[in-house]
Write a protein that binds this ligand. Structure first.
Ligand code: DGY
Length: 326
């Protein structure tokens, strides 16, 4: 029996390739240059599975173009690049990689928080510049993180991983979400529920951990930044489009907030020039980028594909109804 044909839009990691190659005939799109849309569309035509990244748009155009496709495995937990209803309509299973990147992403949100509060970008530039004249009392003074109030927007797995870290820094933790979590969860994480606006007004650090959905799109509109403390910092490791970036720039320019730490942008890889300020720490969407975590993400995507071809339910289905009754 011929093995099912799979397209992977990137090379993946050896451990994930091993899983896929055991069961499937895989075409990997390798190389330093990101594959073009045309190339992906051309190569996916005769494939039964697609392993893709969050930079690949899986929409009606792609699905129409790949009539044999049975499963799309995103190597990411966020899946706003996938039109899930369109997949469902065509009987294509869509999967993601939840659970394995929570701690690594929370580590990185913390990295951004510390970096912007303690002005590490400016400090590193000075240390390398040859212009540092030595210790000085008021040089690059920043803000404390320990003992402050952390406001977590989105209290899912990553938001809760943020809360766990906060206790080591003796921080007060506030959170907001569409729904309040159970009292025992709040108690174990020492987290207090607030509505969105109250959280913005009370927090010294606001860290975003919501998925991008029609409800969260642009939720950080311009007026929201004006509700924050002038001394507060905004941290985003979720998706750029939850933020009105022009509004964020306006708040930074007007000194309405103290700074920001950003890993994600609305139109990646484009970064609004107004965000390139000394009080903004910018990263290129790398919050989950530890070798351990990225390897796990790729392996999970591979397992989602091979499970389906073995007649099992893929563990991380976004549209389980596709296999109902099968
Ligand atoms: C995701 O998984 O959605 C992140 O943005 C990349 O790890």
């Amino acid at each position: 029996m011929p093995k099912p044909k799979v397209l992977s839009t990137r090379a993946l990691f050896p451990a994930a390739r091993k899983i896929l190659d055991a069961d499937c005939d895989v075409e990997y799109m390798t190389g330093d240059v990101r594959p073009s849309r045309e190339d992906v569309l051309r190569r996916v035509k005769d494939k039964e599975a697609l392993v893709c990244l969050l930079t690949d748009k899986v929409n009606d155009e792609l699905l129409r173009n790949a009539p044999k496709l049975r499963v799309v495995a995103n190597v990411a937990v966020g899946f706003d690049n996938i039109d899930v209803p369109a997949c469902t309509k065509r009987g294509v299973v869509a999967t993601n990689t939840p659970g394995v990147l929570d701690e690594t992403t929370a580590d990185f949100a913390w990295t951004l928080m510390m970096a912007v509060a303690r002005r590490i970008g400016e400090g590193e530039a000075l240390a390398r510049s040859g212009k540092w004249t030595g210790w000085d009392l008021d040089q690059l003074v920043g803000a404390d993180v320990w003992g402050k109030t952390l406001g977590i927007v989105g209290f899912g797995r990553i938001g809760r991983a943020m809360a766990r870290r906060a206790s080591g820094f003796q921080m007060r933790v506030l959170y907001t979400d569409a729904q309040r979590v159970a009292e025992d969860v709040e108690q174990s994480l020492h987290a207090e529920f607030r509505d969105f606006d109250s959280l913005l007004a009370e927090s010294d650090y606001v860290s975003v951990h919501v998925p991008l959905t029609p409800e969260t799109h642009g939720m950080f509109s311009s007026p929201k930044f004006f509700r924050m403390k002038r001394t507060a910092f905004f941290i985003n490791t979720s998706r750029g489009a939850v933020v009105d970036e022009a509004g964020l720039v306006a708040a930074l320019e007007a000194g309405k907030i103290a700074g920001a730490g950003l890993d994600v942008y609305e139109n990646e890889p484009f970064i609004l020039p107004g965000l390139k300020r000394p009080n903004v720490v910018l990263a290129p969407h790398i919050a989950s980028a530890s070798l351990e975590t990225r390897t796990k993400m790729a392996c999970i995507a591979a397992e989602n594909v091979t499970a389906l071809f073995r007649g099992q339910r893929p563990p991380n289905m976004l549209n389980p109804e596709v296999l109902n009754g099968k």
